[in-house]
Design a protein around this ligand. Structure first.
Ligand code: GLN
Length: 446
């Protein structure tokens, strides 16, 4: 009820939610009340959760903020959402995103942009901007997002909340509408590290419905969370503080690194020599996978179907032409080009090789440190409209987040300061499956 009241009071301005279903949420809440009365031990029983609108819940709209899926109601529920429901959490609404999770500002939405609760002329980041804004504005204590190249961490930084991208495969992607399957991961937003750890504890683990989900047992993320890590080695990459990073963001992140030093951590310099290629690599691989994943939206198998058409060819053309927005079309064209015969070796295959080098850089760096501390974003939240007409500038703003997805490693964003009333995020990255340590390192700073 508190969440519903907060949404009613604030969401006319913030516009974090695409749809809510008060009746269904009330039914889930009643179910949670029953579990609590029966002595449920779940930390999430009765806790409202906002769900990004690219995660399926049986019978609910799942639009991906696209005209293409305006009438799609999936007949099944995503495993991550199913696990939250089984723990008694109460979905309270579906949050706005960049269309099919393609973007960094939540402006590429058929429903219009979400606004940053700290300053409504600014973007909340993206693509999970609705989930980040919902948590920042107190409309939900926790939320789910997806992160393909930073879509949880960057909006978490812009909105001043905690956001975690787990290790690739740690959380089942079943029921997440695919953008770039080798990069996509579902993860939590919360106001605290403990909140994020609690959600991860619930949603992580092998799922027979996702062959890329890892079978490694899920460790206990919560019991030792508040224990400081003795001998923590924090890696710092000099290149991260080079040109292109705003001074106030650099100062806040350097300040956070000094805090680690004062807590007894050892700060070590590490290098990631190939990270300068990560934006270029990502913007070949992600659109390539997207062009393949989005081929299913042809107006026949799935998605919007054009009313008027003469031939089958025209049915496809018109349905896709009408259903997809500009950024999605741009990605499909980029990806189709990179994969086409004659260009495949020069673009896609080359990008795959550089991806491996980026992974190896991280392997080498984590021989010398436990976590790497970096900025999440080069700037604080930019204004709505500021980068909207400059896709390349928008892509470049992903420079700090993208390599974690290419390497498959976990990374989180947590608040580390403010500049002119806008939050700044600190990113911590760790080796694959190091979430227990990553969360504890974050908790130490928090
Ligand atoms: N901003 C990146 C992109 O536009 C990442 C998006 C994401 O993580 N879903 O592709």
């Amino acid at each position: 009820q508190a969440s519903a009241e907060r949404i009613a009071a604030l969401d006319g301005t913030v516009r974090a939610f695409l749809h809510t279903d008060a009746e269904r949420s009330a039914a889930w809440a009643a179910d949670a009340d029953r579990r609590i009365a029966e002595g449920s031990q779940s930390d999430l029983a009765g806790i409202p959760v906002a769900i990004k609108d690219n995660l399926c819940i049986e019978g609910e709209p799942c639009t991906c903020a696209s005209r293409m899926l305006e009438n799609f109601r999936p007949p099944y529920t995503a495993t991550a959402v199913r696990r939250l429901l089984d723990a008694g959490a109460v979905p309270i609404g579906r949050t706005n995103l960049d269309e099919f999770a393609m973007g960094s500002s939540t402006e590429n939405s058929v429903a219009g942009p979400t606004r940053n609760p700290w300053d409504p002329v600014r973007a909340p980041g993206g693509s999970s901007g609705g989930s980040a804004a919902a948590v920042a504005a107190g409309m939900a204590p926790i939320a789910l997002g997806s992160d393909t190249g930073g879509s949880i961490r960057q909006p978490a930084a812009f909105c001043g909340v905690v956001g975690l991208k787990p290790t690739y495969g740690r959380v089942s992607r079943y029921g997440l509408v695919a953008f770039a399957s080798s990069l996509d991961q579902i993860g939590p937003f919360a106001r605290t590290v403990r909140g994020a750890a609690t959600v991860l504890q619930t949603i992580a683990g092998h799922d027979p419905l996702d062959s890329t989900s890892l079978s490694d047992p899920v460790p206990d993320y919560l019991t030792d969370l508040d224990e400081p890590l003795a001998g923590l080695r924090v890696g710092v990459v000099a290149d991260h503080f080079d040109v292109g990073l705003d001074k106030e963001v650099a100062d806040a992140v350097q300040g956070a690194i000094e805090t680690y030093r004062s807590l007894g951590a050892e700060v070590v310099n590490v290098t990631l020599p190939h990270s300068k290629y990560s934006v270029a690599t990502y913007y070949l691989i992600a659109p390539s996978e997207a062009s393949s994943n989005l081929a299913r939206y042809d107006g026949v198998h799935y998605g919007h179907r054009a009313k008027k058409f003469g031939s089958l060819e025209e049915l496809y053309e018109r349905s896709r032409g009408e259903g997809f927005g500009n950024e999605v079309k741009r990605r499909i064209m980029l990806g189709t080009y990179a994969l086409s015969s004659g260009y495949y070796d020069a673009f896609y295959l080359k990008a795959m090789k550089v991806r491996r080098l980026i992974q190896q850089d991280y392997d080498a760096a984590f021989e010398q440190c436990d976590v790497i501390a970096s900025p999440v974003t080069p700037t604080t939240a930019f204004a709505i409209g500021e980068l909207a007409d400059d896709p390349l500038a928008m892509y470049l703003s992903d420079v700090y987040t993208i390599s974690a997805n290419l390497a498959g490693i976990p990374a989180l964003s947590l608040p580390c300061g403010f500049s002119k009333g806008l939050p700044i995020g600190l990113q911590l990255l760790g080796p694959a499956l190091s979430e227990p340590k990553l969360l504890r390192a974050a908790r130490m700073y928090e």
